[in-house]
Design a protein. Structure first.
Length: 144
């Protein structure tokens, strides 16, 4: 089973400032509550390995998810993919200029490979996107 979530947020910051946050795979990893830790494995190609702790019955240890940005169009679009033995994830972030700043359009697809993975993300993906929004807004307020 596949879980798909599409959400967008309006921001009162120019697209370039939104890009400075969302294009950084470390910022994206920090915003996900189930990512216990992460390691940048190849900064040039934006590869990051996540250690994910999923609170589901069949997963008793952290899961290694290897992520990589596969498409980057500055300052408007980034797409990443992540693969592991437990799940595959695709995330897309598109920045659209608006009269008052920017809109960040987020599209996520999670394919679970074990029972409970899709159910977890179906219940929690909205909260994870809210975490991303909060981290982004904090970044916009504290950096120039």
């Amino acid at each position: 089973m596949t879980v798909r979530v599409d959400r967008s947020f309006e921001l009162s910051a120019p697209p370039e400032r939104v890009w400075s946050f969302i294009a950084d795979p470390e910022n994206r990893a920090r915003a996900i509550s189930v990512v216990d830790e992460f390691t940048v494995t190849d900064p040039a190609s934006h590869k990051v390995t996540w250690q994910v702790a999923l609170p589901i019955p069949f997963v008793r240890r952290t899961v290694t998810v290897d992520t990589e940005d596969v498409t980057r169009r500055r300052p408007e679009y980034v797409k990443f993919v992540g693969n592991s033995s437990v799940l595959d994830v695709t995330g897309e972030h598109e920045i659209v200029a608006t009269e008052t700043g920017a809109r960040l359009e987020n599209h996520f697809v999670v394919d679970g490979k074990l029972p409970g993975v899709e159910k977890f993300f179906k219940r929690n993906l909205d909260d994870e996107l809210e975490n991303l929004r909060n981290e982004l807004e904090h970044h916009l307020q504290t950096t120039r």
